[in-house]
Structure formats: structure tokens, C-alpha cells
Design a protein around this ligand. Structure first.
Ligand code: NI
Length: 175
């Protein structure tokens, strides 16, 4: 297994719409395993393939306290949603930023698991939020898109500044 590089907002690659996985084969299973390792290492509770610059509809999630309950969603589809909940969201592609976002509180989804078996499930609470956040990634959407343009622009500038500082640190290390 190996750790994958995570793209940071406002990288334009994060805006790409991911294509459905045609065949859940060994390549996809390997990708899923690397995504899980990358998510746990970060650490995070969800990661979409888009965030590692792979534009296929693959998501990994683990909202458990122990980090021992991985959920793999391939070609996830939102079948139904209901209710409303405010949650403070963050994103591995937008490190250090947390904002309160309103989304449906209950969802029903369909998808394929790591072995390619179809399944449906109901989710609520943080899991429902996480599923919606990750499916958004596959459609090129980020949680900052739910904020006002003013707020989003402020975050954008902050991220660009942070990227510049990371580059300068790398330059210093090279000397
Ligand atoms: Ni995210």
C-alpha cells in the first residue's frame, strides 16, 4: 500500500466530474486500499478519488471513533434525502478550515462495495453528512461552494497563501 498526494483547494483538478467505474477489478481494489491508507494517515473521515487526482467515482469513509469501520462506495448514488442538519464540516483538500454547512440529515444511497457487489443503505448523523460531502467531490463540488462568495474567496486566498508558504519551505529544504 502507499500514501497518495492530496490535492488542495483551489486546484482546478478538484472541479473535474468523475466518471463511473466500469469494472470493479483488482486495480480498483488496490486504489481503494491506498485511498483508505491515505485517509487514515491524514487523518480524515472521508476521501474521494477526485482528491487524489483520480477522476473515477470512488469514495472511502470511516466515521467510527476507532477507525476500524471502513465504508467503500463505488459509483455511489443518492436515492433519497430528507430532513435538515447543520454540521461543522472540514475537508482534507481545505486543511484548517471548518465551516457550518446545512444539508439533508437523512439519506438513502446505492453503490457498489470493494468487491463490486451492489448494495443500498440508509444513513443519518455524521455518516449522512460525510457521504454527501464525498459524493459532491465526485461532481467537482466542495463544501466551500455552500458559503457566500465573500467567505469562499477569503478561504481561497488563505489556501493560495498556504500553498506559497509550502513551496517556500520546500525551496529552503533544497538549499
Ligand atoms: Ni472533502
Amino acid at each position: 500500500m502507499s500514501l497518495l498526494d492530496i490535492l488542495y483547494y483551489p486546484d482546478p483538478q478538484l472541479r473535474k466530474i468523475a466518471a463511473p467505474v466500469a469494472n470493479v477489478d483488482g486495480r480498483v481494489a488496490g486504489l481503494v486500499d491506498n485511498m483508505l491508507e491515505t485517509m487514515y494517515h491524514a487523518p480524515g473521515i472521508g476521501l474521494a478519488a477526485t482528491q487524489i487526482n483520480v477522476h473515477e467515482r470512488i469514495v472511502v469513509i470511516d466515521v467510527s471513533d476507532e477507525g476500524d469501520s471502513p465504508l467503500v462506495l463505488i459509483n455511489p448514488e443518492l436515492l433519497a434525502s430528507d430532513g435538515s442538519a447543520e454540521t461543522q464540516e472540514g475537508c482534507l483538500s481545505i486543511p484548517g478550515i471548518y465551516e457550518t454547512i446545512t444539508r439533508p440529515s437523512d439519506v438513502r444511497i446505492a453503490g457498489l462495495d470493494r468487491e463490486g457487489n451492489p448494495f443500498e443503505m440508509d444513513a443519518d448523523g455524521i455518516l449522512a453528512v460525510c457521504i454527501q460531502h464525498e459524493i459532491d467531490h465526485l461532481d467537482g463540488k466542495l463544501f466551500v461552494d455552500y458559503l457566500s462568495p465573500l467567505k469562499r474567496n477569503r478561504i481561497r486566498k488563505k489556501m493560495i497563501k498556504a500553498a506559497r508558504e509550502r513551496e517556500e519551505d520546500e525551496f529552503d529544504d533544497d538549499e
